[in-house]
Design a protein around this ligand. Structure first.
Ligand SMILES: Cc1cc2nc3c(=O)[nH]c(=O)nc-3n(C[C@H](O)[C@H](O)[C@H](O)COP(=O)(O)OP(=O)(O)OC[C@H]3O[C@@H](n4cnc5c(N)ncnc54)[C@H](O)[C@@H]3O)c2cc1C
Length: 432
């Protein structure tokens, strides 16, 4: 009973774990360290290429619900994230190196998983296979995916935020606080006056951008990852309602909310690195240093990683995949992760979990598990494989896609917690 998995990122590692735990012999192929995508640099598996946050952890947050569902299904990714978490208010953020290392150790130690470090360029449709090569699928495999999917492959761009060292942040200007005092004050806040914001804004919108190497007609910028300079172009005040929102962040020196505030979030356990929250960017590296150093507190910031912008590959899943993530045309071939059009680390791992469980079932001659759309796992599957969806766009976990019998609950937090309680109950009723 054998399964081949291509790509050992969030989805591939989770799929391998789920299948191996169920007694399947897994061959897990990963091209690193032989070859790296433009965004990957760590030889370990399950690398987080941008933010170190796996988003909200509470049950009033859809991604928090998804994580809880995964915990209840023995998720390797969430277990390792819990074990390597760093303080981040209500979010689950991790020390990215420790996280990737722990996942790698567990995968390597599993007696049913064989890790093979080589790029894969062929998919044998007679072999049980999960394709989990991610948004930056190596081009050696792209042609093969096009062969299986027809001409349904789509492209858009994501952007990553820069990281600075803590010691280079000017603490005489910045202050620690959580928005509206919620949770522990883990964020470092950089306050800006109107004059400082105006100068920064002018520099940002006129700064030089890195060239994009793709056909512009194929570019679709996903809202959640929009580069800060593109967002700024929408209007002078747009950033003050987005990543520079000052609401609920009064400066203790004045007792007042500044005109704008940039938040910095811890990027490693030691707290020596911080990322610029919401500052995904495609500016040239020198321009990032020049423009972002204009933010009060970052005058002498030491940038250990600059923001980048990359191609993102995903297939037209509603036309190609069944509800268990296998291909309609080639039932032994499954897809998982961001390449299916789920968006985000947790969502990718979740789809790897579903593909791993269901590939196992198919290999054993059993029925696939049907996850109800009243839980977040099932709602994502439904969205991704919905035949009616003719204008397919990537999707994160959110309460809008979860099905529930509506009752009137005015308070949003209470409503979301209620939906989550129903979701977890629905999950308990299926045999995974
Ligand atoms: C620049 C960038 C920034 C992002 N920022 C965020 C963020 O901040 N938050 C968030 O939630 N999501 C972010 N994403 C999305 C993120 O990539 C996904 O959420 C997640 O990593 C996808 O998981 P995956 O398992 O599908 O792919 P990956 O985690 O990318 O794993 C795919 C693996 O397959 C390997 N591989 C590729 N081709 C081959 C081949 N031919 N043979 C063998 N191995 C191969 C790769 O080396 C890689 O290890 C970002 C994506 C990009 C590109």
């Amino acid at each position: 009973m054998k399964l081949k998995i291509i790509g050992a990122g969030l989805a591939g590692c989770e799929a391998a774990w789920q299948a191996a735990q169920r007694g399947i012999e897994v061959s897990l192929y990963e091209m690193k360290p032989v070859k790296f995508s433009p965004a990957h640099s760590n030889s370990d598996l399950c690398e987080l290429v941008c933010s170190n946050s796996l988003k909200g952890n509470g049950l009033d947050n859809a991604c928090g619900l998804l994580k809880e569902e995964m915990r209840r299904m023995d998720s390797l990714v969430i277990k390792c994230a819990d074990e390597t978490s760093v303080p981040a208010g209500g979010a689950l953020a991790v020390d990215r190196d420790k996280f990737a290392h722990l996942v790698t150790e567990r995968i390597k130690a599993h007696p049913n998983i064989k890790l093979i470090n080589e790029p894969v360029s062929r998919i044998d449709t007679d072999e049980y296979t999960i394709v989990a090569t991610g948004p930056l699928t190596d081009e050696c495999l792209s042609g093969e995916i096009s062969r299986l999917t027809g001409k349904s492959e789509l492209y858009f761009f994501d952007a990553a935020a820069p990281v600075v060292t803590r010691e280079s942040i000017n603490e005489s200007i910045t202050y620690l606080a959580a928005r509206y005092g919620k949770g522990t004050p883990d964020y470092i806040n950089c306050p800006m006056s109107k004059e400082e914001y105006d100068a920064f804004y002018e520099a940002l919108i006129s700064a030089e951008r890195a060239p994009l190497h793709e056909n512009v007609e194929n570019i679709k910028v996903f809202e959640g990852c929009m580069p800060v300079e593109i967002m700024a172009q929408r209007g002078r005040e747009t950033l003050c309602f987005g990543p520079l929102k000052p609401k609920g962040l009064p400066d203790p020196k004045t007792g007042k909310e500044p005109y704008a505030v940039l938040q910095l979030r811890r990027d490693n356990t030691e707290g020596t690195l911080y990322n610029l929250v919401g500052f995904q960017t495609n500016l040239k590296f020198g321009e990032q240093k020049r423009v972002f150093s204009m933010i009060p507190g970052l005058e002498n910031a030491d940038f250990v990683r600059y923001g980048v912008m990359h191609r993102n590959t995903y297939i037209n899943s509603p036309a190609l995949l069944n509800g268990d993530y296998s291909m309609i045309e080639y039932p032994k071939v499954f897809f998982a992760g961001q390449i299916t059009g789920v968006e985000g680390y947790v969502e990718s791992a979740s789809s790897g979990m579903v593909a791993g469980i269901n590939a196992t079932r198919k290999i054993k001659g059993e029925e696939s598990v049907s996850f109800p759309p009243s839980c977040c796992t099932g709602a994502l599957i439904k969205y991704i494989t919905d035949r009616e969806n003719k204008k397919f766009q990537p999707m994160n976990a959110n309460f809008g896609i979860i099905e529930w019998e509506r009752v009137k609950i005015k308070n949003k937090k209470e409503r979301y917690e209620y939906i989550s309680s129903l979701a977890l109950k629905a999950l308990e009723e299926i045999n995974v």
